[in-house]
Design a binder for this molecule. Structure first.
Ligand code: FMN
Length: 189
């Protein structure tokens, strides 16, 4: 039932001070009916480096992937920015928040965090898009791309997700109900 709710794949990118990073995410939902105030909910797991950088900066960008960007699944989704600079060889520009806008994507949303809810193992960030751009091409979905993954990547993914399920099981009951203090409150609304 839940698998049918997944969004097109995106790279969620962030800048915090001098550090830039990006990870792959599928758990992204539209969260506004006001056309000129677009909001989304972006779910990021606590163990991800991207999580710490979003919490510290209060900003992120959602880069919806194009079908031709399969290698980014490996580069951004299977490794952590804690171990290496994942964007060293990935060309990008920046706009309002300083979050990287990766070249070749289907489109971008440059966002600031409005609020956040802790889920124990992940945080649901409510974000507002300050800038939106559709470049064009064809969006990538997990359903389309999963059968196209090289066998080594698929095996690596199965191993990684199995470990993360264990971590989630341990942590998802430990919810911090504290309020979100926005580090990016100076950005325009
Ligand atoms: C297809 C796919 C979908 C993913 N979806 C999410 C997601 O919705 N939320 C999330 O926090 N991590 C998701 N991940 C996992 C992160 O991209 C992955 O753990 C990444 O290595 C974290 O990198 P970081 O430590 O540099 O932040 C997904 C990975 C893949 C390959």
């Amino acid at each position: 039932m839940l698998a049918g709710l997944s969004a097109p794949l995106a790279a969620v990118s962030v800048r915090s001070g001098d550090i830039v990073n990006a990870q792959i995410a599928v758990a992204i939902t539209a969260a506004s009916i006001v056309l000129h105030r677009p909001r989304l909910i972006v779910q990021i797991y606590h163990t991800n480096y991207t999580h710490d950088l979003i919490a510290a900066s209060g900003v992120l960008a959602v880069n919806f992937l194009d079908q031709g960007q399969l290698p980014l699944i490996w580069e951004l989704g299977m490794r952590s920015g804690r171990d290496s600079d994942k964007l060293e060889y990935v060309p990008y520009t920046t706009a309002l928040t300083g979050s990287p806008l990766l070249e070749g994507c289907f489109g971008y949303l440059d966002c600031r965090v409005v609020n956040a809810m802790d889920g124990g193992d992940m945080t649901a960030f409510l974000v507002e898009a300050l800038l939106a751009q559709t470049v064009g091409g064809e969006r990538m979905t997990w359903r389309d791309v999963r059968p196209r993954l090289p066998q080594r990547w698929a095996e690596e993914w199965d191993r990684k997700i199995a470990g993360e399920v264990d971590v989630s099981l341990e942590n998802m009951g430990q919810i911090e109900p504290g309020a979100w203090a926005n580090p990016a409150s100076t950005l325009p609304r």
